[in-house]
Design a protein around this ligand. Structure first.
Ligand code: ANZ
Ligand code: ZN
Length: 898
């Protein structure tokens, strides 16, 4: 850079003073300390600027700490939050701990300590790591769901639900996880296994607390469409809620006074019902079973009880069933039809009984064929085969058979097989009082009881005189006693049941001796409202002030893993609607926009296993159940024959011994490089394969960026803003690239295209590097100096969200004070975005003297003016007379002088 002249404003640095490398370790710890001292991440209290609430899913801090995998969600949201703050938003970007629940309890049990001691230790480590990678959380708002100041309000909301009839206790067969020794919610059962530990789930009848989420099924469905959420998650919620429209139809029973009610989505097929099927558990089965059938029916009921719901619903399983010996009466034609029991009909859905229409329902068809029951067309076409030759049921098409008789004409003869006909039949049934329209949902009530220690106690007192009594609000919180032994009882009772000081209380209503409820709430209760608490985390007199919530909620952007699709994300929506209905908040959807990050996989050494073995999960993370492969522990790997090691790409997880921590990576490559890697590796939603060379490449790019910046620094002039924008081609190339990058990076971060945002920054640095090489050997023109200055002042701001430590380092090198996060986000000059700008050659007397950048179709007069004004052309015109100017549009300007 020998020929670059100091303009008096920029600092000339001699080679001896200038280090050759960016010392990221020193810079990162320096800036982190300065940010902290300045309280840089504190949430602005009151202002008139627009608000932005950027939230990560509430994490449970585990002993493993965060892995580089976690950087894939925390970093992108941090980038977004930082950019929004620079763009003029007041940003709320908080973090806290979902500390109650089984993961913490299981981990503590294994280490033989109290979760009370363990959780703060784990949380402190998380916090340390998150600071290490420069996440801009406002730690003044840190919350911990196991803190009495927090769970007091979880209990308050339990009572709110209770008062509104939305929390109730009932004895029912529940999903029982034998290894967690507690009941779990339907949402937590995945393929018949416990979501946490992957043990097979059993059914057990127990008194349990439920939240009546089914009362909100329709509303949970209604407002789903308006959310800016991934369609996959919305589809999963829709399917989970499982709305089904149809009718309930009442059948008479031969020889019995009772009636049999069925739920059907196809009441229009009533004329083709040739048998009935009851779930084996249906309460009418004993009454319907005739003496000669009873042994067979009993045996079948026992076999069915041993099956899982998943198996029973499987379409592959051959249909089985038993005839009860009784008949029902079809209300539309008085026909007697046999009643069977079969395990493909579930007791928990509809009415637990169906009318079977084998011509149009495949399950019924298979069943009828197996047991030789009649098949009868309801809808058919001229091509339809006779019933005896059918090979499968025909759910669609055809028109309705005429079931009329000379004295009783049939009103639906010839009707098409469509929704209108279904509706018409429902009205016809309603007129005759044999059926009515009915909507069913698959959604079940939410089981919230846990027979576990580490959760918020359910604030209810059982009194022999008064029954269930809520704990008065003034007595909240119901403190969780400090226990040294807290295993659940083998009989399934909560460990709190063995603590007389906790259990024995007097009834809040009548004063008689009474017993406290000993179940605790599942962790999902805590996470159903925490996003509200962040608005006002230290409020001691209410869960949150309405004003604070009005200022910050709903969450504008919510980021986390897709595994919560029908758990947390459904529960939180439900609580929000209830809290809304109670008048405490004005919105009824908590998360306006949602993004799910992809997983990070690690190439993991393991060995083949012949028999399926279960991989032991670490706390809160069941790892992966891989049938034929098991990861090798580091000590196993050391002694294992190398040729037998099998590598696989599996989720990065402590249980698979393949975790890479951000601490080590930040130390070796820098936090900014790690952040950039987390952004750049793949589109946000995609799975990424961890590869250390990826972060290494980022670290090299960071060095290159820093060097280009340092090399250009000497030509910086702070005065560039007062000068007309450069017009020279060489300068324009850099300026156009800069503004195109501003434009691209802004839009990309906004849309969470973090990978292409980084790619755009790389493109800009390439351009700047070429520019540097170009001006290194000569004196840069005034225009070039202006363009370089604009670049030097803008680049730190542009990289600030992604690489904040490097950004503040460059900013300081430029002689600026303060932090880039406090600067306004760079604006892009739209005039610089004419991406198809063309180069126009300027000749003087036929000799090439300069090049211009211009928009295609620039008028001749304008091109001529630009050419004559160009700095590089000036010397050739000095003292000469311009004779003629020839303009070839979009191509060339030739100035003829003499
Ligand atoms: C007669 C019929 C004819 C049916 C036809 C379907 C097609 P979705 O959409 O899932 O709500 N059904 C009702 N209750 C059931 C239970 N407890 N266990 C198993 N199956 C049950 O499905 C509703 C349909 O599933 C109902 O409509 C009923 O069969 C069956 F051509 O009734 B349908
Ligand atoms: Zn009482």
């Amino acid at each position: 850079m020998a020929q670059i002249q100091d303009d008096g404003q920029s600092k000339m640095s001699s080679p001896e003073e200038t280090p050759d490398r960016y010392d990221f370790n020193a810079a990162e710890s320096k800036w982190q300390a300065l940010w902290e001292r300045a309280g840089l991440f504190r949430t602005p209290e009151d202002s008139s600027r627009p608000k932005l609430y950027a939230l990560d899913f509430f994490p449970y801090p585990s002993g493993a700490g965060i892995s580089v995998g976690h950087c894939r969600n925390y970093v992108p949201l941090d980038v977004y939050a930082r950019m929004k703050r620079m763009a003029g938003y007041d940003v709320l970007h908080p973090m806290g701990w979902d500390a109650f629940g089984q993961p913490a309890e299981n981990a503590a049990m294994r280490l033989r300590v109290s979760p009370r001691d363990l959780v703060p230790r784990y949380a402190a480590n998380y916090k340390h790591q998150l600071k290490l990678i420069g996440i801009s959380y406002d730690w003044d708002r840190e919350i911990n769901s196991s803190d009495p100041e927090y769970y007091r309000w979880t209990q308050y909301f339990f009572l709110l639900l209770y008062r509104r009839g939305l929390a109730y206790r009932q004895t029912a067969p529940i999903n029982w996880c034998p290894s967690c020794r507690t009941g779990i919610a339907n949402e937590e059962v995945v393929a018949n296994r416990c979501w946490r530990c992957e043990s097979l789930v059993e059914k057990r009848p127990m008194p349990q607390w439920y939240f009546r989420i089914t009362a909100y099924a329709e509303r949970l469905l209604d407002t789903l469409d308006g959310l800016a959420w991934p369609e996959g998650i919305r589809a999963m919620q829709r399917a989970w809620i499982g709305k089904s429209q149809g009718a309930e139809v009442v059948f008479g029973l031969q020889g019995l006074p009772e009636t049999l009610c069925v739920f059907t989505t196809r009441p229009d097929t009533l004329w083709g019902a040739t048998f009935m099927v009851l779930a084996p558990e249906h309460p009418l089965v004993p009454d319907l079973t005739t003496a000669d059938r009873s042994a067979e029916v009993e045996a079948y009921r026992d076999r069915a009880a041993a099956l899982t719901e998943i198996d029973r619903q499987s379409t592959e399983r051959p249909k089985t069933g038993v005839f009860t010996g009784s008949f029902a009466v079809n209300p539309v034609n008085g026909e007697a039809i046999p009643i069977w029991i079969a395990d493909y009909v579930l007791m928990g859905y509809g009415t637990g009984a169906i009318m079977a229409v084998p011509a149009h329902d495949q399950r019924d068809f298979e069943f009828a064929r197996k047991y030789g029951i009649e098949v009868r067309w309801v809808y058919r076409t001229p091509e339809s085969p006779p019933e005896a030759e059918m090979e499968r049921a025909e759910p669609a098409g055809g028109s309705m058979v005429d079931f009329g008789t000379p004295d009783r004409p049939f009103p639906f003869a010839g009707a098409p097989n469509d929704k209108e006909t279904v509706g018409a039949v429902i009205r016809w049934l309603e007129d005759r009082r044999i059926g009515h329209e009915q909507v069913n949902y698959r959604l079940r009530d939410w089981l919230i009881s846990r027979q576990r220690y580490w959760g918020a106690p359910i604030p209810i007192i059982h009194c022999d005189v008064c029954g269930e009594e809520p704990v008065p609000e003034a007595d909240l919180p119901v403190l969780l006693p400090d226990l040294s032994r807290y295993e659940s009882g083998l009989g399934g009772e909560s460990p709190l049941a063995n603590v007389p000081e906790f259990v024995n209380v007097s009834c809040p209503k009548c004063g008689a001796p009474a017993r406290r409820e000993t179940d605790t709430m599942a962790g999902f209760a805590c996470s159903s409202w925490y996003f509200l608490r962040f608005a006002d985390p230290h409020n001691g007199s209410e869960p949150f002030s309405q004003e604070a919530v009005r200022r910050w909620l709903p969450v504008d952007l919510y980021v986390g893993g897709a595994e919560h699709a029908v758990m947390h994300l459904l529960y939180a929506r439900f609580w929000t609607k209830v809290i809304h209905d109670a008048g405490l908040i004005t919105f009824d959807e908590p998360f306006t926009r949602l993004r799910n990050q992809g997983m990070l996989l690690a190439h993991t050494p393991g060995r083949e296993v012949v028999q399926a073995e279960e991989v032991e999960g670490d706390e809160g993370d069941a790892g992966e159940l891989i049938e034929d492969w098991k990861p090798l522990k580091p000590d196993e790997l050391a002694t294992f024959p190398p040729e037998k090691v099998q590598y696989r790409w599996v989720k990065m997880s402590k249980s698979l011994f393949n975790v890479v921590t951000p601490d080590a990576m930040a130390e070796q490559y820098g936090a900014d490089s790690l952040r950039l890697f987390g952004m750049f590796a793949a589109p946000f939603e995609d799975t990424v394969k961890w590869n250390e060379s990826g972060i290494d490449a980022m670290a090299k790019w960071v060095q290159r960026l820093w060097q280009v910046y340092r090399d250009l620094l000497p030509i910086y002039t702070a005065d560039w803003r007062n000068q007309p924008a450069p017009s020279e081609p060489g300068a324009l190339v850099l300026r156009r690239s800069l503004h195109a990058t501003i434009h691209k990076v802004t839009g990309d971060i906004e849309e969470f295209r973090l990978n292409t945002a980084v790619a755009a920054l790389m493109g800009l640095v390439n351009r700047a590097s070429a520019f540097r090489n170009d001006v290194a050997t000569r004196r840069p023109s005034a225009d070039e100096q202006l363009a370089a200055s604009e670049f030097l002042e803008t680049l730190p701001l542009l990289i600030s969200p992604a690489a904040p430590h490097l950004a503040d380092t460059l900013w300081e090198m430029l002689g600026k004070t303060g932090f880039t996060l406090e600067q306004p986000w760079p604006a892009c000059d739209p005039a610089m975005l004419i991406l198809d700008a063309i180069t126009v050659v300027v000749q003087v007397n036929g000799k090439l003297r300069a090049q211009l950048e211009a928009a295609p179709g620039t008028p001749d007069a304008e091109l001529q003016e630009m050419a004559l004004a160009a700095e590089r052309v000036q010397p050739w015109l000095e003292g000469k007379t311009i004779r003629r100017v020839i303009v070839v549009p979009d191509k060339l300007v030739n100035v003829v002088v003499s």
